[in-house]
Design a protein around this ligand. Structure first.
Ligand SMILES: NC(=O)c1ccc[n+]([C@@H]2O[C@H](COP(=O)([O-])OP(=O)(O)OC[C@H]3O[C@@H](n4cnc5c(N)ncnc54)[C@H](OP(=O)(O)O)[C@@H]3O)[C@@H](O)[C@H]2O)c1
Length: 248
């Protein structure tokens, strides 16, 4: 793949699933990856696997609900590699529930991580990328950012928001700052994502759906790598990847 080698790529939520798979993929293509999440042992294990395979990686404990910690993750990249080429805003959670169950704490958590976490990432890299007059911000939406299902109102709201923020960012920054903006919308992917669902029936439905349809985190990593690998003048703005058999 062209145009990945040598890039400095920050990934949030890199301790499992799509983030971890993307870190391995991009490091394997020659990028230096800067990995953030809360579970440091997982991050350290991933960094050591990448290095054993000849790749370049560093990690920093990052809770994306803290603007300061997200800034420190970006500072780590700049101190070590002196630039930021790509931010993959991937951290997210999906505690599905029916609105009538009033799981307000879970609504707030999704808003904090899935929306505010993405905004903190944008805030931390935007001044750098504007100055560089180059860069790419990849935000993780979802098929749930295109369609709404019962039990998914708030999760979908956060992912619709991610798409709106991505589109606004593209229109504001791409023409002059030459920053490429990508919104990636995965369908059912086999990861740890259902682990935050506290409604037993909704949790089982998702686990069953993912067992039946689920594609791998590596399949999404390939889509991210495709978007990163395009020539600088080509911006892949929207990517929607479903398992072939998934309807909604
Ligand atoms: N799997 C799917 O079917 C699917 C479909 C569409 C979209 N997505 C989206 O894909 C993204 C990745 O999810 P995944 O499927 O790979 O699930 P996952 O395996 O559960 O990974 C989620 C990642 O987010 C991190 N995270 C959660 N809260 C965080 C916080 N406060 N601060 C920093 N990191 C945090 C987790 O790390 P720590 O717990 O270590 O912090 C973990 O690395 C999410 O945005 C999700 O909404 C997934």
């Amino acid at each position: 793949m062209e145009n990945i080698k040598g890039k400095v790529i920050i990934i949030t939520g890199a301790s499992s699933g799509i983030g971890a798979a993307t870190a391995k993929k991009l490091a394997g293509e020659g990028a230096a990856v800067v990995l953030g999440a809360r579970r440091t042992e997982r991050l350290e294990e991933l960094v050591s696997t990448i290095r054993q395979n000849g790749g370049e990686a560093v990690s920093k404990k990052t809770d994306v609900t803290s603007a300061r910690e997200v800034q420190e993750l970006v500072d780590t990249a700049v101190e070590r590699y002196h630039r930021v080429d790509v931010l993959f805003n991937n951290a997210g959670l999906m505690p599905l529930s029916y609105l009538r169950d009033l799981k307000i704490d879970e609504w707030e958590r999704m808003i904090d991580v899935n929306i505010k976490g993405v905004l903190y990432g944008i805030a931390a890299v935007l001044p750098i990328m504007r100055k560089q007059k180059s860069g790419q911000i990849i935000n993780t939406a979802s098929v749930a950012g295109h369609v709404v299902s019962p039990g998914g109102a708030v999760y979908s709201a956060t992912k619709f928001a991610v798409r709106a923020i991505s589109e606004g960012l593209r229109k504001e920054e791409s023409p002059d700052s030459l920053i490429r903006v990508t919104s990636i919308s995965p369908g059912a992917v086999l990861t740890e994502l259902p682990s935050t669902i506290t409604d037993p029936q909704l949790k089982q439905n998702i686990i069953d759906r993912e067992k039946f349809h689920g594609i791998s985190a590596e399949d999404i990593a390939n889509a991210v790598a495709y978007a990163v690998s395009q020539p600088d003048g080509v911006a892949v703005n929207e990517v929607l990847v479903r398992p072939t058999t998934q309807i909604n």
